[in-house]
Design a protein around this ligand. Structure first.
Ligand SMILES: C[S@@+](CC[C@H](N)C(=O)[O-])C[C@H]1O[C@@H](n2cnc3c(N)ncnc32)[C@H](O)[C@@H]1O
Length: 278
């Protein structure tokens, strides 16, 4: 039985694995390789690129995802295809002689989201099986599987148990944690389950919250720090559309505390309350 490490653990950070840098003896580290599944626009990929990884190939079913991805990664092969249709031979051909260090991917989450249809037979809920299948073909050293919080609780946690057991069965040690992106330098509170699997015989520990700056990411950043540099740049930055708020709306927004929401109408000064809500 492989190890299951399912708690929020603290300890050394992941950065030690991820750097593509010069060692103290002057030698250059080998560039680490990643394969990206359910790539979407390539958000996870940007993080891994930032950490020094080279993407051997990326894949998603949506042509629009390919178009966006290609803008950021013009030289990375992108296979626009339903993941269920990949054959073992095709995967092997795509990998060639490369040794893959990590597979990354966040399968669709609508079926596990509180906003979704809560239908356990939604075929998207079963796409994790294809993720497991490809991990088993490529056998990377590690994989990172990302999804919404609901995946661990929806349908009495049956899918989550199945996912964890499937990875254990193909020989991976598993750690998982609920991660809040705002504790890792992202100016947004967003909770996600990260399942990290490894064939390396070393205990994996999730990075400590608010501890490390990494690449362009600082350990903590609020929205203002992230986007204040966009002020007065709407003429030169594509798709940057500035809303023109009136003075009352600006006064309301000024009352939002960091990380908070607009106060309830009854808690706003009368002169800036909305008159109508329909
Ligand atoms: C949660 S999103 C992933 C977002 C991505 N991690 C990012 O950083 O942008 C899930 C992706 O799965 C893709 N997808 C859905 N069904 C698929 C299928 N059958 N085969 C391959 N990709 C699929 C969707 O098009 C979507 O881009």
């Amino acid at each position: 039985m492989k190890k299951l490490n399912g708690h929020n653990s603290n300890g050394p950070n992941l950065n030690g694995h991820a750097m593509n840098s010069t060692k103290s003896n002057g030698q250059t580290r080998k560039q680490l390789k990643v394969v990206s599944l359910f790539t979407g626009a390539g958000g996870l990929d940007l993080g891994f690129k930032e950490a020094g990884y080279k993407c051997v190939f990326a894949s998603d079913i949506m042509p629009q995802a390919e178009k966006t991805f290609k803008l950021n990664f013009p030289t990375t092969p992108f296979i626009c295809k339903d993941i269920r249709l990949f054959s073992k031979e095709e995967i092997k051909e795509l990998i060639g002689d490369e040794t893959i260090d990590v597979i990354i991917g966040g399968p669709p989450c609508q079926g596990f989201s509180n906003m979704g249809n809560k239908n356990s037979s939604d075929p998207r809920n079963y796409l994790f099986e294809d993720y497991v299948k490809i991990v088993n073909i490529i056998k990377p050293k590690c994989f990172l599987f990302e999804n919404v919080k609901g995946i661990s609780t929806m349908f009495e946690g049956r899918f989550f148990d199945k996912i964890i057991n499937s990875f254990l069965e193909i020989g991976y040690n598993i750690s998982y944690s609920l991660i809040d992106s705002s504790k890792y330098g992202v100016p947004q509170k967003r909770e996600r389950i990260i399942i990290f699997g490894s064939r390396i015989d070393r205990l994996f520990k999730f990075p400590k919250p608010n501890m490390h700056s990494f690449g362009k990411l600082s350990s903590y950043m609020n929205v203002g720090e992230a986007i204040n540099d966009l002020i007065n740049k709407d003429k030169i930055i594509p798709n940057h559309i500035v809303l023109k708020h009136n003075e009352i709306v600006v006064q309301r927004y000024a009352l939002i505390e960091e990380g908070g929401k607009l106060p309830k109408p009854e808690n706003l000064p009368v002169e800036i309350r909305r008159k109508k809500f329909w």
